[in-house]
Design a protein around this ligand. Structure first.
Ligand code: 3PG
Ligand code: MG
Length: 402
């Protein structure tokens, strides 16, 4: 069932709309500069649509995990630089209103807002009540606005975040409308379609480090997909579980244990790489391709050329491809051929192509293929959880479309 969206909010002339965005973007550790503004760009259509409808926009986001940061790191987690980039992209001033998340200064600034004005609140997580669904904190935020919009797909799986759950609940209690934004609407539409009625064959490419982190996701995929192609570091957990030597590749026992129950699907739905690129653990410039067992002293760093050719061929023959997790250590150019090759094969094929997960989206962008995909999700954990079919309390707060 589709959720209430912007079009259902009615006339917004002169209204203040509180918009939860996910501007949890990568920042430069030293300077706090925004390193990648993809998530900011992804929320612009919603903000622009609200402004076009005559509203003033109060945007709010979390950034990073300030509760775990040192004081110096915490300084860089303010929304100042994000507000500046948001304003540049929106081509209008965005005011970072105050150093407090809620309180008199924020209330005064919001009261003074006129249609077309945009403010960004301070990092929500600077207030410890944010991650506790605190009702008083939620009431203070809800009291700022006439309506609420959730356009923070990347955070939709966070059931305890006040801005995602308790705030829309507080607006509901006072009879104010709530809706999902255009980004959340699109993410849900694409992923729902992918999981309920995909163009077949449906193929998944899955990489990343840990089988154990993604076990629920893998099971959800196995119930839906025709093929699951494995790459990345998790390959070596499968190989080790099969009793194949992985050389100097570090694989934790719990990863082998996570991969073992999946072995009966290998060569059925699950395909493992037949070759891999490995580098000498003590000198990464020395590389060799191994088919099967990896020699002592070498660690696996990418899928091999035969595997890439085989996977690319599979991609070209399917109706839908869903990709999560880089298939190699792509941050190092010498080990990026596999990840780049998968991205290129997806970009060049006729299938519906969906990319999910922070690192995977980053890789696709870095190699210049993002525009050629059907959809690049802004969700990391949220993408995995939504594909798994987990219910989100944040979305339960938004009514179904009338
Ligand atoms: C994310 O990037 O996963 C979201 O912004 C949520 O952030 P979190 O993982 O710190 O809750
Ligand atoms: Mg996360």
């Amino acid at each position: 069932m589709a959720k209430t969206t912007l079009a259902d909010l009615g006339d917004l002339t002169g209204k203040r709309v509180l918009v939860r965005v996910d501007f949890n973007v990568p920042l430069d550790k030293a300077t706090g500069d925004v390193k990648n503004d993809r998530r900011i760009r992804a929320a612009l259509p919603t903000v622009q649509a609200l402004l076009d409808a005559g509203a003033a926009v109060i945007a709010m986001t979390h950034i990073g995990r300030p509760e775990k940061a040192t004081p110096a790191e915490r300084k860089n987690l303010t929304t100042d630089k994000v507000a500046a980039r948001f304003g540049e992209l929106l081509r209008r001033p965005v005011k970072k209103v105050a150093d407090e998340v809620v309180g008199p200064a924020v209330e005064a600034a919001v009261k003074a807002m006129k249609p077309g004005d945009v403010v960004l609140l301070e990092n929500l997580r600077f207030d410890p009540r944010e991650q506790k669904n605190d009702p008083a904190f939620a009431a203070a935020l809800a009291g700022l606005a006439d309506a609420y919009v959730n356009d923070a797909f990347g955070t939709c799986h966070n059931d305890n975040d006040a801005s995602m759950v308790a705030v829309p609940a507080a607006l509901k209690a006072t009879g104010k409308p709530r809706a999902v934004g255009l980004l959340v609407e699109k993410e849900l539409h694409v992923i729902d379609g992918l999981m309920s009625n995909p163009k077949r064959p449906l193929l998944a490419v899955m990489g990343g480090a840990k089988v154990s982190d993604k076990i629920a996701f893998i099971h959800a995929l196995l119930g839906k997909v025709d093929h699951l192609l494995i790459g990345g570091k998790m390959t070596y957990s499968f190989l080790k579980a099969k009793g194949v030597s992985v050389g100097a590749t570090r694989v934790a026992d719990e990863e082998v244990a996570a991969a073992t129950p999946l072995l009966d699907q290998v060569d059925m739905k699950i395909t493992l790489p037949t070759d891999c690129l490995a580098a000498k653990a003590d000198d990464l410039t020395q590389t060799r391709v191994f088919e099967g067992a990896i020699a002592d002293g070498f660690e696996g760093v990418d899928i091999g050329p035969a595997t890439l050719a085989h996977y690319a061929n599979k991609i070209r023959q399917c109706g839908t491809v869903i990709w999560n997790g880089p298939v190699g250590w792509f941050e190092k150019p010498a080990f990026s051929a596999g990840t780049k090759g998968i991205a290129a094969a997806m970009a060049g094929c006729d299938a519906v192509t969906v990319v999910g997960g922070g690192e995977t989206a980053e890789a696709v962008e870095q190699f210049g293929f993002a525009e050629k995909m059907t959809h690049v999700s802004t969700g990391g954990g949220a993408f995995l959880a939504y594909v798994e079919g987990k219910p989100f309390r944040s979305l339960e707060q938004i009514d179904d479309r009338p």
